[in-house]
Design a protein around this ligand. Structure first.
Ligand code: TXA
Ligand code: MG
Length: 335
């Protein structure tokens, strides 16, 4: 690995200008969005994109998504049909990634999309990210700014926890408001397919598009040919302590990820939302997993008990991330 100095840049005009110049210069710059921090690089520069894969330890078959300041800019790189334009109008800027066919002659490096003939595109809803993307003036590839297989970062400090010395800079724009990654919607085929639940709910997508199919099994174990979204393997977002789902009680030697009034017991408790708000819980989820992992282990806990969250609306994205955190470890290519 490169063993480089990672600069911490403030989200002021000077910091954003420097971050944009670094991106244009082929450097790796992490930046905040409304969902999680992304690890950005010039998507048209194959060497810069290769450096993302290396810094994250990410398998090269797992495609990266491209970020743009506007739908107009995004649709220069992909072919947008009426459905794509409708979701762009309804949800951009916002936590939605749309998978569409690449345009012939699109300048985005093939490595960015892992050689697929589709590309994931997104317009983040964050003023600093938006300014940065404007200034960069080209598609910016940005997976979540964590080491592959680890929990996504929702603060600059989280980014440094995993990537300090491996990337050129972090632009600190404070904590992420949504807290879970974007919804990934595949519009490259005749039927809309939800590949990853996220910040835009299935219910909202269906209100805009009509019925949306749920993605094929994402754990790679189905044996039914190519994975539709190679990065969406079951084991993901994994803390080092094992996670027990749908906990209604907590053992003496467990740490508790609470949602609503907690049962008695446990080594330490992180409250996602005492009032039962899924928006509050999503914003605190990754911070909670990180905290329980460190604090629970320090106190000798042998696992994390996660209370259930309603499996609809934003709760579906939270439950999805919890299931991945609880999935068997060590699968090749987990992201
Ligand atoms: O909220 C987010 O989406 C964040 C912020 C930084 O924008 N980014 C993010 O990127 O979560 P990443 O790489 O961690 O997750 C994107 C997912 C990956 O699992 C990848 O496999 C899938 O989207 N993906 C990307 N391009 C694809 C494509 N052409 N076809 C199918 N799936 C794709
Ligand atoms: Mg990720």
């Amino acid at each position: 690995m490169r063993g480089i100095m990672t600069e911490l840049l403030q989200a002021d005009p000077e910091g954003v200008t420097r971050a944009a110049a670094m991106l244009r210069d082929g450097k790796l710059v992490a930046f905040g969005t409304e969902t999680v921090y992304g690890l950005g690089a010039d998507a048209t520069d194959a060497d810069a994109v290769a450096a993302i894969f290396l810094a994250k330890g990410r398998p090269r078959f797992n495609p990266l998504i491209c970020h743009y300041p506007s739908a107009e800019a995004a649709f220069l790189d992909v072919v947008a049909d009426a459905r794509a334009r409708a979701v762009a109008r309804a949800f951009w800027p916002g936590p939605l990634t749309v998978i569409l066919p690449r345009r012939p002659g699109c300048a985005v490096a093939l490595l960015t999309g892992a050689g697929l003939d589709t590309l994931g595109v997104r317009v983040p809803d964050h003023p600093v990210a938006n300014l940065l993307l404007h200034r960069a003036g080209r598609a910016i590839a940005a997976p979540s700014a964590n080491r592959s297989g680890h929990v996504s970062p929702t603060s600059a400090a989280h980014v440094l926890d995993g990537l300090d010395g491996r990337i050129d800079a972090v632009l600190d724009s404070g904590p992420c408001a949504v807290g879970v990654e974007s919804t990934v919607l595949d519009l490259s085929g005749s039927q809309p397919v939800l590949l990853r639940p996220g910040g835009v709910t299935l219910e909202a997508l269906e209100a805009c598009l009509g019925p949306v199919q749920l993605g094929a099994p994402i754990d790679g174990a189905a044996g039914s040919g190519a994975l539709r979204s190679p990065g969406l393997l079951a084991s993901h977002y994994a803390p080092s302590l094992p996670v027990r789902l749908d906990a209604v009680s907590v053992a003496e030697n467990e740490a508790l990820l609470a949602f609503g009034p907690p049962p008695a017991g446990g080594r330490c408790v992180f409250q996602l939302s005492y009032s039962g708000s899924t928006a509050e819980a999503a914003a605190r989820l990754f911070q909670g997993l990180r905290w329980l992992d460190a604090e629970g282990a320090r106190l000798g806990a042998i696992g994390i008990a996660a209370m259930p969250v309603p499996d609809k609306g934003l709760g579906a994205a939270i439950q999805d991330r919890l299931r991945r955190a609880a999935a068997p470890r060590g699968q090749i290519g987990r992201e």
